[in-house]
Design a protein around this ligand. Structure first.
Ligand code: IYR
Length: 224
């Protein structure tokens, strides 16, 4: 392949104080984002989901291959089948597959194998990771597919929150059932199941702390 032609890249100028104000405002908003496990059945229009996936689709990706596909599900029968299959896997996970240490780590979240939100949330957006694609008979491998689809999902979550929609990053494990139910080629692996909607009126979330920026940010060399 030859290098693509180039086009100018510019960002609208703003002064540092404007940037500080924007960053502080965005931080204030993002600090209010929580994983939601109690959804309302209030509908969310399909075109909003399309807009949010379009935002996810702007994510950077290995060799610009965009190794993701999002399947948006709102049909009640499909949601019911997804819930049933997820709960079946989760029952085994909670009772047999997850070691005691993992179960202990989940205790503060109060999760169990019961996943009614999979039927109640108006949309289940399933992100698939694409490992390769065949285009006009030629096979194109993905590069850094896990990182890439993770970035796209992160941008999707942030976009949902910005427009006022709640999400959950749900990973019923294993997730093979999602391809069986939703179809797709063997080059696609379920990556994340994201219920999207509004929190139920009586929704609560665990009161758990986050690390501070000082905890997670190192400037230059580690102190000895
Ligand atoms: N998939 C299970 C267990 C679970 C695992 C992790 I790591 C979490 O952060 C939360 C839950 C479930 O969804 O219940």
């Amino acid at each position: 392949m030859v290098p693509a032609p180039t086009i100018p890249y510019k960002i609208p100028p703003s002064d540092d104080d404007t940037k500080r104000g924007c960053a502080d405002e965005l931080l204030r908003l993002m600090k209010t984002r929580r994983s939601c496990r109690f959804f309302s059945d209030r509908p969310v229009p399909r075109d909003l989901i399309q807009r949010l996936v379009a935002i996810a689709n702007t994510a950077p990706s290995g060799a610009n291959r965009q190794p993701w596909r999002f399947v948006a599900v709102d049909e009640p029968d499909l949601k019911r089948r997804i819930r049933e299959a997820a709960e079946e896997e989760e029952r085994i996970s909670y009772s047999e597959r997850m070691p005691a240490e993992w179960l202990e780590a989940l205790e503060p979240l109060g999760t169990d194998a019961h996943k009614p939100f999979l039927e109640i949330a108006p949309w289940l957006v399933v992100a698939f990771r694409i490992d390769w694609e065949i285009v006009e008979g030629r096979k194109y491998k993905s590069y850094y597919p896990i990182e890439s689809v993770g970035l796209a999902c992160g941008m999707f979550l942030m976009a949902c929150h910005q427009v006022g929609l709640a999400t959950l990053t749900h990973t019923p494990s294993p997730m093979r059932f999602l391809r069986k139910i939703l179809g797709g080629s063997e080059s696609e692996k379920p990556f994340l199941l994201i219920p999207v909607g509004y929190p139920a009126d009586d929704c609560t979330v665990p009161d758990i702390p986050k690390k501070t920026v000082e905890d997670v940010l190192q400037w230059n060399l580690a102190s000895p």
